[in-house]
Design a protein around this ligand. Structure first.
Ligand code: GLU
Length: 428
């Protein structure tokens, strides 16, 4: 699904410029916030298992730290680009601001395909990534976390390397750590659960109930799986999910009219969220082309895979039954896609609000790590629910009051908070 020629950084800047204009931001603040503060691009040479050497390209991009240390995940992806990481770093700044946690925005990445790397090679990549940027990151500077194709294991290797280099324990350096090793209960579920808290409130505002809701989900990774789990526990049904097929280098959809069985699908899925087509077909799922998740006759669409999925070409295919789109992924809808969704009267909960549960729980993890005192899962989940619900209403009230899309309202709140912090620090 490519649609219009797509550059996520240009899209993030276009979104920013529109809202900066509406907010009447002065030129210096615009110049400061429309580009990242600092970028690191570097080589990571790795000795491969067969004795050969390969050089991977790594990045860490820090967009803004006026409200606190930079915060954001690290993606391992073969199609990673500098502009993608730039855009993602900007969205992290708005994400931490919209849920009002004392952190800034950053993002990291490595151009690689973990499918083709052994665990030892991945460990070497994680340690090499930390060695290249150790002086620019840390609990008080920039705090990484998992993202696409990185997990708690990767975070622990990175933490270990960091601690070896600085010579002391520093659990606040990274979040998304495994439970028992500084991780927070509830962190794995947090992003997916947060998406559904936002959906729950949006349905409530429309007088609809979770137990009568149907959804179609793009992706079956960490975010999607936990969103489905919570939606099911509220009594809703997911009729269709899509997932990547590494062998075919293409996505496929899996549909069941009476709803997918999460536990069963998980039993036929690898650690990257890739569902086995053969097993799903045997279990009675209809296997459809990868783009079909968007055409389903459901109440809610949850894009929880990659950028540029709802665009000029695909947005017109959305069924008239869809009332809500909740963006589990970062940047799934392009500005032309947004315009079509808005025209159709669909209530779109934008990415940096809908998927902020992950970083919110990362913040809880930092607080627990720093105190060396860990909360129960119920405490974490209920604090997460409160934070997400409050942030949702702050945005939806502004959207209704001003009669603007949710994305614009979320941007207005976030950008105003960051601009204010920059101003008060005397930067602009
Ligand atoms: N990678 C996640 C995101 O895009 C989480 C970031 C974090 O916890 O720092 O929001």
């Amino acid at each position: 699904m490519s649609g219009e020629s797509f550059n996520p950084y240009r899209m993030a800047q276009q979104q920013f410029d529109g809202v900066a204009e509406q907010l009447g931001l002065d030129q210096a603040t615009r110049n400061l916030l429309r580009v990242p503060d600092r970028e690191m691009h570097f080589n990571i040479p790795i000795r491969m298992d067969d004795g050969s050497y390969q050089v991977f390209r790594g990045f860490r991009i820090q967009h803004n730290d006026a409200r606190g240390p930079c915060k954001g995940g690290i993606r391992f992806h073969p199609q990673e680009t500098v502009d993608t990481v730039r855009a993602l770093s900007m969205w992290m700044t708005w994400k931490t601001a919209v849920v009002d946690i004392p952190l800034g925005g950053g993002k990291g990445g490595v151009i690689c395909d973990p499918h083709n790397l052994s665990m030892r090679e991945q460990e070497a990549l994680c340690r090499g990534w930390v060695r290249k940027i150790v002086q620019y990151v840390g609990p008080e500077r920039d705090v990484p976390a998992p993202d696409v194709m990185t997990s708690g294991q990767h975070m622990l290797w990175m933490l270990d390397e960091y601690e070896q280099l600085v010579g002391h324990k520093a659990p606040g350096f990274i979040t998304g750590k495994p439970i028992g090793l500084g991780g927070s209960l509830g962190r794995t579920e947090a992003t997916g659960f947060g998406v559904i808290y936002a959906v729950r409130e949006a349905l409530g505002e429309q007088g609809l109930r979770m137990e009568h809701t149907t959804a179609s989900v793009q992706g079956f990774g960490n975010v999607a799986q936990h969103a489905i789990e919570l939606l099911h526990s509220y009594g809703g049904k997911v009729l269709c999910v899509s997932s990547w097929d590494q062998k075919e280098q293409s996505a496929f959809c899996f549909r069941r009219k009476d709803g997918v069985d999460l536990k069963q699908l998980r039993s036929m899925t690898n650690s990257y969220g890739e569902i086995s087509r053969a097993k799903a077909a045997d279990a009675g799922y209809e296997v459809l082309p990868g783009d079909d998740w968007i055409t389903q006759e459901v109440d809610v669409l949850i894009p929880a895979a990659m950028e540029n999925q709802i665009n000029r070409d695909t947005a017109p295919l959305i069924s008239g039954s869809v009332k809500i789109i909740a963006e589990g992924a970062n940047g799934p809808t392009t500005p032309p896609g947004d315009a079509i969704v808005h025209e159709k009267g669909i209530w779109l909960i934008p990415d940096f609000l809908a998927n902020a549960g992950g970083v919110t729980c990362s913040y809880f993890e930092q607080v627990q790590s720093n105190q060396n005192y860990f909360w129960t899962r119920d405490e974490v989940i209920s604090k997460l629910d409160t934070k997400m619900t409050d942030a949702y209403y702050a945005v939806s009230q502004m959207a209704r009051r001003r009669n603007i899309p949710m994305r614009d309202a979320a941007y207005m709140i976030a950008i105003a908070r960051v601009a204010e912090a920059c101003k008060m620090r005397g930067w602009v």
